[in-house]
Design a protein around this ligand. Structure first.
Ligand code: S0N
Length: 271
C-alpha cells in the first residue's frame, strides 16, 4: 500500500491519509508501540485534525510493524501518578485520548497486528470497530504490573464482552488469540496478516459510501446508552447542530438580531 500521503510529521506517530481515510500509526516498534505522554499528545492532535477536516470520513488507528498494535503505557517513563514526558509532569493523558476517540463524530477503526496489551488494548476497545490480523493477541496486564483502568477499560469492556468475561480478562491477565477475541465479540473480524490493511481499507470505503450524518448519530446514540450524561451531551449536541441548519432554528437567531419577536408559527409540528 504505497498511496498513503504524509499529513504532518511527528516524532512518535505517523499521520497519513489516502483519499478520505486517515491513518494514525504509533511508531515505537522497538518498544512494541508502547505510548509515552508525547505519543498520546501527538495522537490527540492528529485525531483533532481529522475531526476538523471535513474531507476526512474515516480514521484507522494502528501500530507500526507486525509485532504489536500497542503494548500500553511505556513502563520506563511511568512515574508517581502517571507517565512522565519532557515537561517532567506525570499524567494519564491517554484517558483524554480514549474520550476523544469515543466522541469524534467519525468512525474510528483499530487495525491490530500482533500484541494489543494494557492501555493499548483499551485504545483498541474504544475504537468503533476492530479488524485484527490472525497473529493478534489481546491482553490486560494491569493487576500484574501494578495498574488498572476502571473506566472504559473495565466498565465499558463489560458492556462489550459481558461481565464474566471482562472479570476473567482482568483477574487472570492472560493473552487471548484473535479467534478467541472474535468469539467474545471483542473485535469485529480476523483476517490473515497479509490482508489486514486491505480489509481495513475495504471496511472504511464501505462506510464512506453511507450517510455521514446517519453514522454520526448511530455512534452518538450508542455512546449515550453507555456513557451516561456525557454520552447524552454528545447526542444532544449533534441534535443542536442539525437544528442550527433548519430555517426554524435560524428564525430564532434572526429575530434576536433584528430585534423582533420570532415567528415560529410557520414551522411544521411533525407527528
Ligand atoms: C507486549 C509484550 C507481550 C511483547 O512481548 P515480546 O514480543 O516478547 O517482546 P518483549 O521482548 O517483551 O518487548 C520488546 C521490547 O519492548 C519493550 N516493551 C514492551 N512493552 C513495553 C511497555 N509497555 N513499556 C516499556 N517497554 C516495553 C520491552 O521491554 C523490550 O525492550 P528491550 O528489547 O529493551 O528489552 C511484552 O513486551 C509485555 O508484556 N509488555 C508489557 C505490557 C504491559 O504490561 N503494558 C503496560 C500495561 N499498563 C498500561 O498500559 C497502563 C495503561 C494506562 O496508561 C492507564 C490508563 C487508564 C487508567 C490507568 C492506567 C494505568 O496507568 O494503569
Amino acid at each position: 500500500m504505497s498511496e498513503w500521503k504524509n499529513i504532518k510529521d511527528y516524532s512518535e506517530i505517523i499521520f497519513e491519509r489516502m483519499g478520505k481515510i486517515a491513518k494514525i500509526t504509533i511508531n515505537r516498534p522497538e518498544k512494541r508501540n508502547a505510548f509515552t505522554p508525547v505519543t498520546v499528545q501527538e495522537m490527540i492532535e492528529a485525531f483533532n485534525i481529522c475531526r476538523d477536516d471535513a474531507t476526512i470520513g474515516a480514521i484507522i488507528l494502528t501500530g507500526q510493524g507486525d509485532l504489536a498494535f500497542c503494548s500500553g503505557g511505556d513502563q520506563s517513563v511511568r512515574g508517581n501518578g502517571g507517565y512522565v514526558g519532557p515537561d517532567h509532569i506525570a499524567r494519564l493523558n491517554v484517558l483524554d485520548l480514549q474520550h476523544l476517540i469515543r466522541i469524534i463524530p467519525k468512525p474510528v477503526i483499530a487495525m491490530v497486528r500482533g500484541w494489543s496489551v494494557g492501555g493499548g488494548n483499551i485504545l483498541q476497545l474504544v475504537c468503533d470497530l476492530t479488524i485484527a490480523a490472525d497473529n493478534a493477541q489481546f491482553m490486560q496486564t494491569g493487576p500484574k504490573v501494578g495498574s488498572f483502568d476502571a473506566g472504559y477499560g473495565s466498565a465499558y469492556l463489560a458492556r462489550v464482552i459481558g461481565h464474566k468475561r471482562a472479570k476473567e480478562v482482568w483477574f487472570l491477565c492472560k493473552p487471548y488469540t484473535a479467534d478467541e477475541a472474535f468469539q467474545m465479540g471483542w473485535i469485529n473480524k480476523v483476517v490473515p496478516l497479509a490482508d489486514v490493511e486491505k480489509e481495513t481499507i475495504e471496511w472504511c470505503n464501505e462506510i464512506l459510501k453511507k450517510s455521514p450524518t446517519a453514522i454520526r448519530f448511530i455512534k452518538a446514540a450508542m455512546n449515550a446508552d453507555t456513557d451516561g450524561v456525557a454520552g447524552l451531551q454528545q447526542l444532544a449536541g449533534d441534535s443542536t447542530m442539525l437544528y442550527y441548519t433548519t430555517d426554524e432554528g435560524k428564525e430564532g437567531r434572526d429575530a434576536f438580531l433584528e430585534k423582533r419577536d420570532p415567528d415560529f408559527d410557520k414551522y411544521p409540528k411533525f407527528p
